[in-house]
Write a protein that binds this ligand. Structure first.
Ligand code: ADP
Ligand code: MG
Length: 622
């Protein structure tokens, strides 16, 4: 009897599949219901779950609003923005870790750990707590259903390790991941842009602590990411900070400095600033108010929208710069973008909307709530993956080029950056030495020309190649990136059939900064790399010229007058000296000088050749 009851219970527990926006600042669940996506919220409670975890002295961790409320009284045990640390090691995260009131270390696998109340906890574990809270909200909102699996969104620039860490968090939270989907793609899905006739979509996402912009292409229902750009340390928090600065400037007259630097004061100031900022999105002026516990009074000051907008103008301008960069990466003009989508709570600021509209020359989509649009899109995608009707294919993009180190330390790029995934590319390699039975492969990621300047993703060895003459082995190396962005490299020697494979899952991913830095370095160093090649070319050219002069020493000594000969000898010496160094200018100068000084010799030689051809006639007579 008992068994039957249990079975019945099992059957009546409805299992649901949802979409989750796992954000840096806020997270949110949504589900597809009655032909459209809707946010899952509990009546009378806010929809967004702050991505904040507080570890109290006793009892289980607090998550969401409860944790955020603790930030003022217990800043030392309250964790914000854990998303920044997902899939990253200590070295990657150092810069961000400095702003944390926690000790951070690394476990033996290179995974970052945060020391909270004597316990070491990893970012995926903290994310799992947030996910758990989001799932509970979904289950409650859906009347006691059970979340079985979810589509979870991540920024388009998230690398392998960061996506993997997100999967780990879901596993820890006890759900299956149906698919990891890029946030901008999800936002476009929420607006149904996959169904219209838009060719290109710009998604401008300004959240709490990060900004990113993506340009997507939609062709016959197929989604691709053409380019992404952004700033991982720019968002609504910086708008708050602008108002906190204003408070500190004015309070500096009345309060001692140590009060202004007190973590609890700063936390309270930040919350007051955010409140005022949010109000200013809806009204032309609002009071910035802060109770000062030291004096028991409340400090108050009216801020106009205009004043606020002036203070944040440089920040908004920085987002526009990133948009321009993104457009240029996508090789598009602003007016070639068909649709503009706004994502993230900070796009509610009227000045931000206006700036984006002006840059792209068209009004952005604002029909959906900008802080819900990603979760709604994730729910739409979950519906598709569960066999729903919308027929779309998602494609994402690799943030950096992928390749192999070749002989001499250069990089053979197999997959260019901003390539759509899933994708694959195969290239042929061979042996360099007779009888060579193994080849070592070094897989790198980055935009630089030399392997040592790129990031190592992995190394593997293809062994068991039958001995043959150098260059005879035919090794096909295939790079494959799957829909989740995981790279698999396979190498196969064609004549013997020996093969090796490696799945590139780095311990901890690239930092966002690192991606940006590596991208920037690629552009900055393009000049340096170019110069290095020029130097090599010039040295080769000088070598040829010097050999030619050497070969014709006899003729030079016999036929040139003393002055010309001396000039040539000096130029030759200078060229030999320049050839020993790597000074591009010196090489160019000595090449030009040698060219000029060897003109008379060249003329004599030419004369001789012509004389030979036109027998008996002098050059002047021809
Ligand atoms: P994330 O994607 O980083 O998790 P969200 O998209 O939820 O973040 O955006 C959070 C940010 O949006 C916060 O900085 C918050 O203050 C800001 N925000 C929310 N509502 C408004 C509003 N009405 N006006 C201005 N900023 C807002
Ligand atoms: Mg977001």
């Amino acid at each position: 009897m008992g068994y039957i009851e249990l079975d019945l219970l099992e059957e009546t527990t409805r299992k649901i599949v949802i979409g989750i926006d796992l954000g840096t600042t806020n997270s949110l669940p949504a589900i597809w219901r009655d032909g459209r996506p809707e946010v899952l919220r509990v009546e009378g409670e806010p929809a967004l779950v702050p991505s904040v975890v507080n570890f109290p002295e006793e009892g289980p961790p607090l998550v969401g609003h409860a944790a955020r409320a603790q930030a003022v009284v217990d800043p030392r045990h309250t964790i914000f923005s854990i998303k920044r640390f997902m899939g990253r090691g200590l070295a990657d995260a150092r810069a961000d870790a400095r702003s944390l009131p926690f000790e951070v270390s690394e476990n033996e696998n290179g995974v970052l750990q945060i020391d909270v109340r004597g316990r070491k906890i990893t970012p995926p574990e903290i994310s799992a707590l947030i996910l758990r809270r989001v799932i509970e909200q979904a289950e409650e909102a859906f009347g006691g259903a059970e979340v079985q699996s979810a589509v979870i969104t991540v920024p388009a620039y998230f690398d392998d390790a960061q996506r993997q860490a997100t999967r780990d968090a879901a596993r820890l939270a006890g759900i299956d991941v149906l698919r990891i989907v890029n946030e901008p793609t999800a936002a476009s899905l929420a607006y149904g842009l996959d169904q219209g006739d838009a060719g290109t979509v710009a998604v401008y996402d300004l959240g709490g602590g990060t900004f990113d912009v993506s340009i997507l292409s939609i062709e016959e229902g197929v989604f691709g990411v053409l380019a992404t750009a952004g700033d991982t340390h720019l968002g609504g928090d910086d708008f708050d900070a602008a108002l906190v600065d204003l408070m500190r400037e004015e309070l500096a007259r009345d309060l001692p400095e140590e009060d202004l630097d007190d973590p609890a004061f700063l936390q309270a100031a930040r919350l007051a600033a955010e409140k005022c900022k949010i109000a200013l999105s809806g009204s032309p002026a609002h009071d910035l108010a802060l109770s000062l516990p030291s004096s028991g009074t409340t400090w108050r000051r009216t801020v106009t929208r205009e004043e606020f907008e002036q203070r944040i103008a440089p920040l908004v301008e920085r987002t526009l710069d990133a948009c321009r960069r993104c457009l240029s990466d996508a090789k598009l003009r602003a007016d070639e973008v068909d649709e503009v989508v706004l994502v993230g709570g900070s796009t509610r600021v009227p000045a931000v909307r206006a700036a984006v509209e002006k840059l792209f020359g068209r009004p952005p989509h604002t029909g959906l709530d900008p802080d819900q649009v990603v979760a709604l899109g994730a729910a739409a995608q979950a519906q598709v993956l569960m066999g729903g009707t919308r027929d779309i294919l998602l494609m994402d993009v690799t943030p950096l080029s992928l390749g192999l180190e070749t002989m001499g330390g250069a990089v053979a790029k197999l997959i260019e950056r901003n390539s759509r995934v899933p994708c694959s590319h195969t290239e042929g390699f061979t042996t360099y030495v007779d009888g060579q039975t193994a080849i070592d492969f070094h897989i790198v990621q980055g935009e630089r020309e030399l392997a040592e300047d790129c990031r190592t993703l992995g190394r593997f060895r293809l062994s068991g190649i039958p001995p043959m003459a150098a260059g005879m082995a035919r090794v096909a190396v295939r790079f494959h990136i799957d829909a989740d962005g995981v790279l698999t490299v396979t190498a196969k020697e064609q004549t013997s059939g020996v093969a090796a494979e490696i799945e590139c899952k780095p311990m901890h991913g690239l930092t966002d900064e690192e991606v940006e830095e590596m991208l920037a370095a690629g552009f900055e160093n393009a000049q340096a790399d170019f110069d290095a090649r020029r130097v090599a070319d010039l040295k080769a050219e000088l070598g040829t010229m010097l050999r030619a002069v050497d070969k014709n020493q006899e003729t030079a000594r016999k036929q040139l007058d003393r002055e010309t000969l001396e000039d040539l000898e000096e130029a030759t010496q200078a060229a030999r000296k320049a050839r020993e160094g790597n000074d591009l200018d010196a090489l160019v100068r000595s090449r030009d000088r040698l060219e000029q000084a060897s003109q008379p010799l060249a003329a004599v030689l030419m004369d001789a050749v012509v004389k030979e051809a036109v027998t008996g006639k002098k050059l002047e007579d021809v």
